[in-house]
Design a protein around this ligand. Structure first.
Ligand code: UT7
Length: 332
């Protein structure tokens, strides 16, 4: 049976680095608090004087991934773009990648599964390759979240965590036993208000009311403790699901690449699973939480650092707004 193999991976982040000390000048926080509670030391934000959208970072990451895979834009036959911060409210960013990269008039759509978006996108791409419908899929995870954050003490729990960035992979049919072995997707909508950005959306009318701005409905809100509590249960659960489905144990796994939500969450997950942090990839100290971009950025860095080799079993796992959570088992 055909399955999708990752043949190229790349990432890109904006140049501007924002340190914890920079944020401490804008709100009541400190490097010590942020480091201890989240592991984040710095993150990349777009500059206020430039007009970079999620698709621009996505294109930069895609160029690197395509070069590694040895494919040109004209080869791509489907574009899947995972984001919750698309360039425009309408249409999604995938069509902007198609246009900017001079791709053929292929299918292009966005996936809005928040922090699980990349794994959801991977699952979608894998199905298209398994059925034989597509052969060269570009999957991007990209976010520009800094523009939606409020750098005030009232919003500090979110403002210090999130960053901008993009990662991309090329998926092609595997000719051996390598590739995406399985994907498992989940959701629990009863938690939607634990991490949400209420407006603009079809629920809020009038769409452009002053009240919407005054009540900060256009700013993300998070019940951090509830997110944390659920994350440390769902991550191990969905990782175990991937292992059980494939008859694998943690001893077979070379690397777990979790969504970079919070270093303390990764530590708690590693403890519950009974693995050392050496098996749990982390780069949150450099980028913060980049939502749908965090897994492909981490995968790109892990690959560049030589932490993934042909034949290795790699587990991707995500958890976030929705709640949604997901995992993928890959033989590299
Ligand atoms: O992709 C999924 C996305 N989200 C997450 O993964 C977030 C999961 N949750 C978390 O990472 C943590 O809940 C946070 C890092 C957001 C917060 O850590 P916490 O240990 O759960 O803190 P808390 O929300 O219980 O707040 C403790 C205190 C509060 O002050 P009081 O009420 O005790 O006086 C907060 O106001 O820390 C305060 N606080 C801050 N202080 C300094 C909250 N944010 C900050 C901040 N700097 N940035």
């Amino acid at each position: 049976m055909r399955q999708a193999r990752i043949t190229g991976v790349g990432h890109a982040v904006p140049e501007r680095v924002v340190t914890n000390d920079d944020l401490a000048k804008l709100m009541d926080t400190s490097d010590e608090w942020i480091t201890e509670r989240s592991g984040v030391k710095e993150r990349h934000h777009v500059s206020n004087d430039e007009e970079t959208g999620a698709s621009d970072l996505g294109v930069q990451a895609a160029e690197i991934a395509m070069e590694m895979a040895g494919v040109s834009p004209r080869d791509i036959d489907l574009i899947v773009f995972a984001t919750i911060s698309s360039d425009y409210f309408l249409p999604g960013s995938a069509v902007m990648v198609q246009e900017k990269m001079g791709m053929r008039h292929v299918g292009a759509f966005d996936v809005r599964a928040a922090c699980s978006g990349f794994v959801y996108g991977l699952s979608i791409a894998d199905q298209f390759i398994r059925t034989g419908m597509h052969d060269n899929i570009l999957l991007v995870g990209a976010e520009i979240q800094s523009v939606a954050l409020k750098f005030t003490t009232e919003h500090r729990n979110l403002a210090v965590l999130f960053g901008d960035g993009a990662g991309a992979v090329i998926l092609q049919p595997s000719h051996d036993d390598s590739g995406v072995l399985s994907t498992h997707l989940h959701s629990e909508g009863s938690h939607l208000k634990d991490l949400w950005l209420p407006a603009p959306g079809s629920k809020y009318r009038p769409f452009n009311s002053k009240e919407l701005i005054d009540k900060d409905l256009h700013v993300p809100h998070m019940n951090g403790r509830e997110v944390f509590k659920n994350a440390v249960i769902r991550f191990p659960e969905v990782i175990q699901e991937a292992l059980d489905y494939n008859g694998l144990t943690l001893n077979d796994v070379a690397l777990i690449i979790p969504h970079q939500a919070n270093y303390r969450i990764s530590q708690a997950v590693a403890k519950r699973l009974g693995v050392g942090m050496d098996k749990m990839y982390s780069n949150i100290h450099k980028y913060g939480n980049t939502t749908a971009a965090s897994i492909p950025i981490a995968m790109s860095e892990a690959y560049a650092e030589g932490k993934i080799s042909p034949g290795d079993i790699v587990i991707l796992a995500a958890f976030g707004s929705g709640f949604t959570w997901a995992s993928a088992a890959i033989r590299w």
